[in-house]
Design a protein around this ligand. Structure first.
Ligand code: SF4
Length: 413
C-alpha cells in the first residue's frame, strides 16, 4: 500500500460518526411524512409494507386514503377482500395487501388487537401444536439462521425464538427487514434494519467491494448494521440511515459535499463513492406479448374476469386474455384465451389500444381488441368470477395498473 493510500474506515470511527453526525443530521432533515405522526404499531406496519419496492412519493396518498378507510387492525380485519384490493389498486405487488389483511385478522383474533401480545403469549403454534416460525417448525430455525442471520449475535436459539422480531416474522408478509423495522420503530427494540439504502451507505462507508447478494454478503451487512446501531436509539438510527440513503447518499450521484459523515467514508477517500455497492451485471428481463379482450354485449356492457387467487395478481379483475404463443396472431391468441378461460367463442374486432408495463421480473406489451361472443355462455374455467359491467361502473372493481389503462380508455379519460 502506498503512503498516500486511503485507510479503510474502522467500525469504531463509523459508529462515532453515526452517533455524533448522522443522528443530529436526521433531527434537522427528517421529512414530515404521514406515518411519522401518531406512531402506532398499526401505522408503522402499514407504512413499512407499502414502502417495500415503492417510492415514498407514491406511498403518501395511498397511505392517507388507507388510514381513512381502515384506521385500525380491527377495521382492516373486518373489511372484505375486494375493498382491501381496491384500496391497494395501482400500488403493485398485491400479495402485500393480502398478507396485511391476513395479518390484521390474526392480530385482531389471536392477540386482541395488541401486537405485543404476540411475544408475551409465546410463539404461535401450527396445526400440529408445534411452535411455528413463518410456517417452519422450531427445528428448522437453522434454516432461518442461514437465510437471515438469526439468531443475532449473543442470542440463544430460545431467546431468538421468543424475540419480538422473530414473533413478527411468524405473521404473513413479514420478512427480516420488515420485522426489524416494526420492532425498532413501533416497540423500541434493538433491531437493526438492512434495506437497499442501508446497504448502499454501509458499502460506501467501508468501501466494501464484495457481492451483497450472496449469503456471506448479506451476513456482513447485517453484522455491520447490528454493530453500528445506537443502542437505546435504534429506531432513530435505523430511520436516519434510511433517510440519509434516500436524500444524500444517492445511488447515482451521492451528495458527498453535503455529507455529515464524509470524513469517515472510505469510498469518498478513494474518490469513487458511486462505484459502491459493486453491482453485478443484471440479467436481461424477459418480455412477453399479451392479447386482451374487451367483450361487449348488446346492452353495451363489457366483460371483466377475476383472476384466480393463487395466480399472479390473484383476486384482481382484468380484461380476459393471455400470452401470445409462437406462430400465433394476436387475434388468434385472444380467441384461444377466451375459449380456454371462459369457454366462449368470440369474433375479434377493432383494435382498441396497446399498453406497455414493467413488472419486477418481466416486461409486457398488451394489445387490446374489442370482441363479441359468437357462441357459448361464459363459464368459470380458468378465472374466479366474471361480470358484465357498464363502462361507467368499471372502477367499482380493483384492477392491475395495466388494466387500469384500458378502463381509462373505455371511460374516455
Ligand atoms: Fe455517501 Fe458520499 Fe457521504 Fe460517503 S461521503 S457516505 S458516499 S454521501
Amino acid at each position: 500500500m502506498s503512503r498516500n493510500a486511503p485507510k479503510p474506515s474502522c467500525e469504531k470511527t463509523v459508529k462515532n460518526a453515526i452517533k455524533s453526525k448522522l443522528l443530529p443530521w436526521f433531527a434537522q432533515n427528517r421529512r414530515d411524512l404521514p406515518w411519522r405522526k401518531n406512531r402506532t404499531p398499526y401505522r408503522v406496519w402499514v407504512a413499512e409494507i407499502m414502502l417495500q419496492q415503492t417510492r415514498v412519493d407514491t406511498v403518501i396518498d395511498y397511505y392517507k386514503r388507507w388510514m381513512k378507510a381502515f384506521p385500525s387492525w380491527r377495521a382492516l380485519a373486518r373489511a372484505p377482500q375486494p375493498d382491501v384490493l381496491k384500496a391497494w389498486e395501482g400500488l403493485g405487488y398485491y400479495s402485500r395487501a393480502r398478507n396485511l389483511h391476513a395479518a390484521a385478522k390474526i392480530i385482531t383474533d389471536e392477540y386482541k388487537g395488541n401486537l405485543s401480545n404476540a411475544w408475551k403469549s409465546g410463539p404461535r403454534m401450527n396445526a400440529n401444536g408445534r411452535e411455528c416460525f413463518q410456517g417452519l417448525e422450531k427445528p428448522k430455525l437453522s434454516h432461518l439462521r442461514k437465510c437471515d442471520n438469526f439468531p443475532r449475535s449473543g442470542e440463544t436459539d430460545d431467546q431468538c425464538a421468543r424475540s419480538p422480531e422473530m414473533q413478527l416474522r411468524c405473521l404473513p408478509g413479514v420478512g427480516a427487514y420488515t420485522a426489524a423495522a416494526i420492532a425498532s420503530l413501533a416497540f423500541g427494540e434493538d433491531a437493526a434494519v438492512v434495506d437497499g439504502n442501508v446497504i448502499r451507505v454501509l458499502c460506501r462507508l467501508f468501501a466494501f467491494g464484495g457481492d451483497t447478494k450472496t449469503a456471506a454478503g448479506k451476513k456482513k451487512m447485517q453484522a455491520w448494521a447490528d454493530e453500528l446501531m445506537v443502542k437505546g436509539r435504534v429506531g432513530e438510527s435505523n430511520e436516519a440511515m434510511m433517510e440519509f440513503g434516500a436524500l444524500v447518499c444517492l445511488p447515482k450521484k451521492p451528495k458527498c459535499t453535503e455529507c455529515p459523515m464524509q470524513k469517515s467514508c472510505a469510498a469518498f477517500a478513494k474518490g469513487i463513492p458511486d462505484k459502491y455497492p459493486v453491482m453485478k451485471k443484471k440479467k436481461k428481463v424477459p418480455h412477453i406479448v399479451v392479447g386482451a379482450a374487451v367483450t361487449v354485449n348488446r346492452k353495451g356492457e363489457v366483460m371483466i374476469a377475476q383472476r384466480l387467487e393463487g395466480d399472479m395478481l390473484g383476486g384482481l379483475w382484468e380484461f380476459p386474455g393471455g400470452k401470445l404463443e409462437p406462430d400465433e396472431t394476436i387475434e388468434e391468441c385472444i380467441a384461444r384465451e377466451l375459449k380456454e378461460e371462459l369457454g366462449i367463442n368470440v369474433e375479434v374486432g377493432e383494435f382498441l389500444m396497446t399498453v406497455k408495463h414493467a413488472y419486477s421480473h418481466f416486461t409486457m406489451t398488451m394489445h387490446v381488441y374489442f370482441t363479441k361472443i359468437v357462441s357459448g355462455r361464459p363459464r368459470l374455467i380458468h378465472c374466479a368470477d366474471y361480470r358484465w359491467v357498464k363502462p361507467a361502473n368499471l372502477l367499482t372493481f380493483a384492477y392491475s395498473k395495466a388494466d387500469l389503462h384500458v378502463v381509462a380508455k373505455l371511460q374516455g379519460k
